[in-house]
Design a binder for this molecule. Structure first.
Ligand SMILES: Cc1ncc(COP(=O)(O)O)c(C=O)c1O
Length: 379
């Protein structure tokens, strides 16, 4: 058994039985003990508030001023400059935020540039918004600049969607120098940047967001799913200006499908202002470090991209394996992973021969360890 130093109170349930599925396919955070304890305590407190019924009526486009004040605190580690509440939106998750942005900034028939491998639902979201996607080549540093420039010159995308901090799925962190080059190209071709940084809170030392380098052309989206509150469905959005925000919210102000639930924001606001959110974030981060170190130990010698404390690893397969066959073989052993084509924005493009292993989704460490050994033995 691999020994990793342990200083957390993460649960250690039983070793998986022969039929138990070890699910490394879902990109959800580990579940530290403090999460359930805090949720129970906060729900109990809320249940005792006489005016809780009124709270539930507080469903507001973009969140209340209190919701946005909490957002401001949460975003501080990545965006320390002042942000007025008029430049902030609270939505019920990243997907809702992206749909709003696609509809308002790109418009039907318009073109979105995006990393060729990207957030698995991006292609579906684009289809819903009736926009097209141009996939951009990637290297070990993120979006390949000459490919991006060529796309801007020849295809004139309206916006760039990117995930520069611990990219999903390749786990790369775009360097500071590369961020500056990408921003310069976007500026030169009047391309709006949509930066999705759900993992920024778990990697506060990553190079500064594009939204700090070019706040005037960048929309920054940070969902709470990974670093704080999976399932409460909250994302924070920072726009370039109050005027831009008006354009994006526009007529959607009366469509409630993207509004945050007032009960969810009440829980999250109380955690952020009391410091509980920071404790949960730290526990998730500590557990992610433990799992990442375990993955490095068990899969050492294999071509794997993983960040310190990353929630997922990107495992490049030797040529003798086909990614889909390999994933099927693992599934036969009750280990679920995603092969790279699940992330391709263009279904016809040739994909890297790789799988994504979401270390964070199994609830117990024993499952993670057992699953990693099964992957190692399949290699
Ligand atoms: C790149 C990226 N953005 C955002 C999210 C989370 O989205 P949501 O806030 O809708 O849960 C994920 C989750 O997998 C993701 O991989």
């Amino acid at each position: 058994m691999v020994q990793i130093s342990d200083n957390s109170d993460f649960p250690r349930p039983r070793l998986p039985g022969p039929q138990q599925i070890i699910d490394f396919s879902r990109s959800i955070p580990p579940l530290p003990e403090i999460f359930a304890r805090s949720l129970q305590a906060t729900l109990t407190e809320l249940s005792l508030i006489d005016s809780i019924g009124l709270t539930s009526r507080n469903s507001i486009a973009g969140g209340s001023l209190t919701d946005r004040a909490a957002a401001r605190i949460w975003l501080q580690s990545r965006l320390p400059e002042p942000i007025t509440p008029e430049r902030l939106l609270v939505t019920n998750g990243t997907q809702s935020a992206l749909l709003l942005l696609f509809e308002a900034i790109i418009g039907q028939g318009g073109l979105l540039a995006a990393e060729a491998l990207s957030y698995g639902v991006l292609a579906q979201l684009a289809k819903r918004a009736h926009i097209r996607i141009a996939g951009l080549e990637l290297d070990r540093d993120g979006i390949e600049p000459s490919f991006f420039e060529y796309t801007c010159k020849t295809r004139r995308p309206k916006a760039l969607y990117c995930n520069p901090t611990v990219h999903n799925p390749t786990a790369t962190v775009m360097s500071k120098a590369r961020r500056k080059i990408i921003v310069e190209i976007a500026r030169r071709y009047s391309v709006t940047i949509l930066e999705d940084e759900p993992l920024g809170c778990l990697h506060p030392d990553a190079p500064e967001p594009l939204a700090r380098i070019a706040p005037d052309i960048t929309w920054y989206v940070a969902g709470l799913t990974k670093g704080l509150a999976h399932g409460l469905r909250i994302a924070y959005v920072v726009g370039p200006s109050e005027r831009d925000m008006e354009v994006v919210v526009g007529e959607a102000r009366r469509l409630s499908h993207w509004f945050p639930s007032p009960i969810a924001t009440t829980i999250v606001n109380s955690w952020i202002t009391s410091g509980v959110a920071e404790q949960i974030r730290q526990d998730i981060s500590r557990e992610a470090v433990w799992r990442q170190q375990l993955a490095e130990a068990v899969l050492s010698g294999h071509d794997m991209s993983i960040q310190h404390g990353g929630l997922h690893a990107w495992l490049l397969l030797p040529q003798r394996f086909d990614q889909n066959e390999f994933a099927r073989k693992l599934a036969g052993n009750n280990v679920l992973v995603r092969s790279s084509d699940a992330f391709a924005v263009d279904p016809l493009a040739n994909c890297t021969n790789a799988i994504r292993v979401s270390l964070s989704s199994p609830t117990s460490r024993d499952e993670v360890e057992h699953g990693l050994h099964l992957i190692a033995s399949s290699l």
